[in-house]
Write a protein that binds this ligand. Structure first.
Ligand code: MRU
Length: 353
């Protein structure tokens, strides 16, 4: 069992994902600034897991507070701001801080700080347990949709599925979003092989998804991101399924850079391409993908490969961490409540309400 994140005795525990698959190092900290740094540096990553860790990070921040009740609102405001500044794209982070603010708004006036903190811890734990349950629900809805959409192919053979980045236990604490669907479909005998795109530049597909699949004994093969169109042309991919960092009200979806390129190829070759994400990843407050803030990361993530300089230090670099796949390219969005196929503007709103 992979233990991606834990919170016991006021201590956050997490597997440092930067070191995987070569080293499994479990970090424990009571320092909320170290937890923020873990989110920033992708020691923990993946939209639902970022949300879970953000909730616990707020708790660590509360536990280190030693001032008066009068001074607390100022401290709390700064703490939330610091947590929210860690990564901009995954909406789950803001979903988690919003939950903490709701508890604060409802109970600050009446409760002593200790009681308020205890209620916030309950809320943080609920984000964690909800995301685990969400994964199981997505897995069922997703496998059912695939069975239905690809019924003709399934009459004669099992399916080869493309996925991008890492959307499994490491990204969610549960079985996963897209990878949870794949694991479930594998158990149901629908999957021949998983094709994991490496996911440049930090290689979440090659390092993390491969690591998870190996542990589960699910057959897989890793490819470079730029191979997917060729594999589709050769009929080697039956469907694609990826996760999401933020889904706009119209279904446009931000996910790891490279996701959109696979979607364009899939549309050329009529390969169904799905998104799997919990309802907590839907941002109904924005109309379309052009309004999703896209994180730009350091140039050195491209100019170096895991510490080795491969481009000159002065090479100009544009390093977007995510792209946006317009909803027209998405065959279906699998959520924990149900799988939605088309008509996203109405259906997603209904899910969030
Ligand atoms: O930069 P990362 O590794 O946090 O990006 C993660 C992704 O893009 C995932 O596909 C997404 O968060 C969905 S995780 C279930």
């Amino acid at each position: 069992m992979i233990d991606a994140v834990s919170f016991e005795n006021n201590t956050l525990g997490y597997l440092d994902q930067r070191l995987l698959p070569l080293k499994e190092e479990y970090v424990r900290t009571k320092d909320y600034r170290q937890a923020i740094a873990a989110i920033k540096t992708l020691a923990v990553r993946g939209a639902p897991l970022i949300g879970i860790v953000a909730g616990y990070t707020v708790i660590l921040g509360l536990k280190s507070y030693s001032g008066s009740k009068e001074e607390f609102p100022h401290y709390f405001g700064n703490l939330i701001e610091e947590v929210e500044a860690s990564r901009p794209t995954a909406v789950n982070l803001f979903f988690a801080t919003a939950r903490m603010k709701e508890v604060y708004d409802a109970h600050f006036a009446a409760d002593p700080l200790e009681e308020l903190f205890a209620k916030m811890l309950v809320a943080a734990r609920k984000i964690h347990t909800d995301e685990i349950a969400n994964c199981d629900n997505m897995a069922r809805h997703g496998a059912a949709l695939i069975k239905q959409d690809l019924a003709e192919t399934l009459k004669t053979r099992k399916l080869n599925v493309l996925t991008h980045c890492n959307t499994g236990t490491l990204a969610t604490g549960g079985s996963g979003t897209a990878l949870g669907v794949i694991k479930h479909a594998w158990k149901e005998g629908l999957i021949e092989k998983v094709i994991t795109a490496e996911s440049r530049p930090l290689l979440q597909g090659l390092r993390l998804t491969a690591w998870e699949l190996e542990k589960e004994n699910i057959p897989f093969i890793s490819i470079s991101d730029s191979s997917s169109a060729f594999l589709m042309q050769k009929g080697m991919i039956d469907f694609g399924i990826v996760g999401a960092d933020r889904i706009a009200a119209n279904g446009d979806t931000a996910n790891k850079i490279g996701t959109f390129a696979h979607a364009v190829s899939a549309s050329v070759y009529n390969v169904p391409y799905y998104i799997a994400a919990p309802v907590s990843t839907i941002d109904i407050t924005i109309n379309n993908g052009s309004q999703i803030p896209i994180e730009e990361r350091s140039a050195d993530e491209l100019r170096t490969i895991f510490g080795t300089q491969v481009g000159t230090p002065t090479t100009p670099v544009l390093n977007y961490a995510f792209d946006v796949t317009p909803h027209q390219y998405i065959r279906g969005i699998v959520t924990d409540k149900k799988a939605v196929v088309g008509n996203y503007s109405e259906e997603l709103k209904r899910l969030v309400d």
